[in-house]
Unconditional design. Structure first.
Lengths: 236, 226, 42
């Protein structure tokens, strides 16, 4: 289908750049591993497991960022009706699931040696879980609606409602815990980080942001390509 | 403004009348609620867990599940009749349409809750006594919140292939803050705790209701209009 | 006075391995999808 090849060119460009950017991110990730494991001091009270922090916290930030951008894009879409906003929201949600998965796995693996239990209903882990559920619900809805305009509108509504749910979850957990204080053996993040740890953390944040951008760009490009192919098929 | 309210009430009245005639949503939800209560009773060990400790959670989980059943049935019946499309052709504000649907759904879910409550006190040997007005109030407060979100989500879910699955998947995260608040307040009411201990939760419930009812009213047209 | 840090290296390894699998796996899914979309039979 040579005709559609040319039509797909802009999408192909975006996907190529996205894949390259995320590959760069993965290389950076390897660098972060080396940095965290070999060149950052071991935390005295928590031991080696504390280094999970350098992956978990940036992943959490990315998931929250991805989610907020879905919410923002949703509001803008309902206002401007630009399909690019809808595509971006879907791409961000898709990438967000990956980072939520990293959060949800590294979180308990970190909690077990530090707090003695795989799961606690503290603010961070609980929010993690809810973000994951909201992402999954969002993507499930998109998969279940076929008409593109309907899909964009419905997703936008869920995106906005979901974004506003987050502060209520946070508040509920906060109220719950102040009334039911649970013993905490160690706080996972020290109030003031020694400079080498801060440096590693900041570098990790940068790498994770690059990964997010690369993932979103690639997803966006793939969605665009599929839409263009659909159009070519309908026209041809 | 009064026009919109009159219209909303008319929509609600029509839906309620239709449901009273067929009774499918109400009956399914009521039977379901009764079954859930029975299962909870057999699922706990009375020598280990006193009924009063578990009671508020059992009550609210039952309410939540029954509400989902009721919401699903209510919109399904409407889809089968194609009534929504007819309504949309009328020159009516979408906000009023949503309020009408919301009122009707509140009537359904409220009825299920009102019937479940005495069943609950019966099965679990809980005496409501002086806590009754408080329990009714918190029930109303929490229900408004999740039925509002449930109404807009069921309007969406009904247009998807797996509607019965889509609604709970979307709705359950949104039911959590009202549920937590309701359970906390109910358990304190049953233990005759002072109002000061519930105030934070009641405020949470109230703010949740205001925020989400407003949001749903504003976004409903995005769901039903092209 | 300073105690030895706790020995919990296996958790560290588990977390890093899982995170790598998820992120690299996600990249590979994107790459495979790209190959399918841009050169699949039409």
């Amino acid at each position: 289908m040579n005709g559609s090849d040319a039509a797909l060119a802009p999408a192909r460009r975006i996907v190529r750049r996205g894949l390259a950017l995320s590959l760069l991110g993965l290389v950076g990730l390897a660098g972060v591993y080396v940095l965290a494991l070999g060149f950052t001091p071991i935390e005295a009270r928590q031991g080696l497991a504390q280094k999970i922090f350098y992956l978990h916290v940036p992943a959490a930030w990315n998931a929250l960022l991805a989610f907020s951008l879905v919410g923002l894009a949703s509001i803008l879409y309902l206002w401007l009706h630009d399909p690019r906003l809808d595509r971006f929201a879907a791409a961000s949600a898709n990438a967000g699931v990956a980072f939520s998965a990293v959060m949800l796995t590294t979180g308990p693996i970190w909690a077990k040696p530090i707090w003695g239990t795989w799961w606690t209903w503290d603010a961070r882990l609980t929010l993690t879980l809810f973000l994951f559920f909201l992402f999954v619900g969002y993507l499930a809805l998109r998969a279940a609606v076929h008409d593109p305009s309907e899909r964009a509108r419905f997703s936008a509504v869920v995106g906005i409602l979901g974004m506003l749910l987050v502060p209520f979850i946070h508040l509920s957990v906060y109220l719950f815990r102040t009334l039911h204080p649970q013993p905490i053996v160690l706080k996972p993040s020290a109030p003031s980080l020694p400079p080498e740890m801060l440096r590693t953390l900041l570098i990790s944040f940068t790498v994770f942001t690059v990964l997010y951008l690369g993932f979103v760009m690639t997803r966006y490009g793939l969605m665009l390509a599929e839409e263009l192919q659909e159009e070519a098929r309908d026209a041809g | 403004m009064p026009d919109a309210i009159r219209f909303a009430l008319a929509i609600a009245a029509k839906d309620i009348r239709a449901e009273l005639r067929s009774k499918t949503a109400l009956l399914s939800a009521l039977v379901f609620a009764a079954l859930v209560l029975v299962v909870f009773n057999f699922a706990r060990d009375p020598t280990v867990l006193a009924a009063s400790d578990l009671a508020p959670s059992v009550l609210w989980v039952t309410f939540a599940l029954a509400a989902i059943v009721a919401l699903n049935r209510a919109f399904n019946v409407e889809r089968e009749n194609g009534a929504l499309d007819g309504l949309l052709l009328a020159p009516v504000s979408r906000e009023a349409l949503f309020l009408g649907k919301l009122l009707a759904n509140l009537a359904f879910v409220g009825t299920v809750e009102l019937v479940t409550l005495p069943l609950f006190t019966l099965f679990f040997n809980v005496s409501l006594g002086r806590a009754l007005p408080g329990v009714l109030a918190v029930t109303a407060l929490a229900t408004i919140g999740f039925v509002a979100v449930g109404t807009i989500f069921s309007a969406m879910a009904v247009r998807t292939r797996f509607a019965e699955l889509m609604l709970p998947v979307l709705l359950l995260p949104f039911m959590v803050p009202p549920l937590i608040g309701a359970v906390q307040v109910t358990s304190r009411l049953l233990a005759a705790r002072p109002l000061s201990e519930m105030w934070g939760w009641l405020r949470l419930l109230a703010v949740y209701d205001i925020v989400f009812v407003t949001l749903c009213v504003l976004t409903f047209s995005a769901v039903v209009d092209e | 006075m300073l105690a030895e840090p706790p020995r919990n290296g296996e958790y560290l390894i588990a977390a890093y391995v899982v995170a790598t699998l998820i992120l690299v796996g996600y990249w590979m899914r994107l790459w495979q999808k790209a190959r399918k979309v841009f050169s699949g039979p039409d």
